[in-house]
Design a protein around this ligand. Structure first.
Ligand SMILES: NC(=O)c1ccc[n+]([C@@H]2O[C@H](COP(=O)([O-])OP(=O)(O)OC[C@H]3O[C@@H](n4cnc5c(N)ncnc54)[C@H](O)[C@@H]3O)[C@@H](O)[C@H]2O)c1
Ligand SMILES: [Zn+2]
Length: 365
């Protein structure tokens, strides 16, 4: 199977995303071609013994001097403390502008390393080598980087585009089943917001996709990346409102993630429940027929994703409403949601009636 390249066109910040089996092997040549003499690999500790080693080998083979900094797995590494630790290591290693950072791992390491690259020495080149489905289809592309504060997720960050992305679909084979399934929620999202054909493909392959055959993985990653790139190209800094469509399902999802505490729900699981909620809200507003909401629920379930919160203590509607009112997407306290109007089409809907939102949340009880 070949490698496909998707270009993200952003004037002088343009870059290529290479997708395919074994593309990690290209890392050394890619960095050299971009003028790197040295590299610092920032690696999720969960991929140290396999994918990070492959990456280090590829760099060495191309004559790029490198060392690796392991980062503990888990959302808690997206912290100011961890960013500070990385800054100090880079400072002690006398990093200069010919040194490129390379993030290998999922969205946690990608967001953290991207943020460190954006801020250290006023900006270093960073490469993303995503090894989770979430990271390959979403977080490694588009230049959003950041860390969490006690006060909220992704509250400190920067737009900092990578120099390139190497999405090696072979790395997805070692991913735990639950993490893989969680990533499929973002693929469903792209289908719902932009691509009825992708949605139909998922319906046909809902079971088979769990076999993680290379051709299926290449298809979903490539299509997702093309769709995300097309949005980012038109609204890099989330100014026109277009990029906001990527937050379909995410207003509800963030409320669940916050209210349930990180850990009980994986991000993609929260997004799946959030998309079911958003479609329900769209039905209540008369924007879509009930059949479309049902069709989306069927696909999510066929993909083994949740559409309701798992058993356990449930957050109250008041708690969830309070979190949503604080959401970055709510403007001056009014509730805004990305809602479908047809399969493959959504819009940002302002001033949604809070009592309708409460009805949607009541489904969880
Ligand atoms: N920047 C963006 O645009 C953007 C978009 C979506 C999500 N995100 C962020 O991404 C993060 C979630 O990313 P994630 O879902 O990739 O989670 P993650 O980075 O926490 O990785 C999930 C788990 O998989 C392990 N892992 C990674 N690759 C593996 C592999 N190939 N084999 C086996 N195990 C592997 C990790 O050690 C970790 O335990 C969140 O912090 C979220 O805010 C950012
Ligand atoms: Zn997401």
């Amino acid at each position: 199977m070949g490698v496909s390249n998707v270009r993200v066109d952003l004037a002088e910040r343009s870059y290529e995303i290479a997708i395919g089996p074994g593309v990690i092997q290209q890392a050394g040549a890619a960095l050299r071609a971009a003028g790197a003499r040295r590299a610092v690999v920032i690696a999720d500790s969960g991929v140290l013994s396999n994918h990070a080693i492959t990456l280090e080998g590829a760099l060495r083979h191309a004559g790029v001097d490198s060392f690796t900094i392991p980062v503990p797995s888990g959302e808690s590494s997206k912290s100011a403390a961890e960013a500070g630790r990385l800054w100090e290591i880079l400072a002690a290693a006398a990093i200069d502008r010919q040194t490129h950072l390379v993030a290998v791992g999922g969205g946690v390491v990608g967001d953290l390393a991207g943020f460190v690259a954006a801020t250290f020495a006023r900006g270093l080149a960073v490469w993303q080598v995503p090894t989770t489905l979430v990271a390959q289809v979403d977080s490694a592309i588009g230049g959003k980087t950041g860390i969490n504060l006690q006060g909220g997720k992704n509250l400190v960050g920067a737009f900092w585009q990578p120099r390139g992305v190497l999405a090696d679909i072979e790395t997805l084979v070692t991913l735990p089943e639950r993490e893989f399934t969680s990533g499929l929620a973002e693929v469903v999202k792209y289908g719902m917001i932009l691509d009825a054909e992708l949605f139909g493909w998922l319906e046909e392959h809902a079971d088979a996709v769990h076999l993680r055959r290379p051709e299926d993985l290449a298809h979903i990653v490539r299509r997702s990346v093309e769709l995300k790139a097309s949005v980012v190209e038109r609204d890099e800094h989330e100014r026109t409102g277009l990029r906001a469509i990527l937050n379909y399902g995410h207003t509800f999802a963030h409320a669940y993630e916050t209210a349930c505490g990180y850990g009980r729900l994986l991000h993609g699981e929260a997004v799946a429940i959030g998309m079911a909620d958003a479609a329900d809200l769209a039905v209540r507003l008369g924007r879509i027929p009930a059949e479309l909401a049902v069709r989306q629920e069927r696909l999510l379930e066929a993909l083994r994703l949740p559409i309701r919160l798992p058993a356990g203590p449930l957050p109250t509607a008041d708690e969830l409403m309070a979190v949503m009112a604080r959401d970055k997407k709510s403007l001056h306290g009014s509730l805004r949601f990305v809602l479908p109007d047809a399969l493959g089409s959504v819009a940002l809907v302002p001033d949604v009636d809070g009592s309708l939102v409460r009805h949607v949340l009541a489904r969880q009880g």
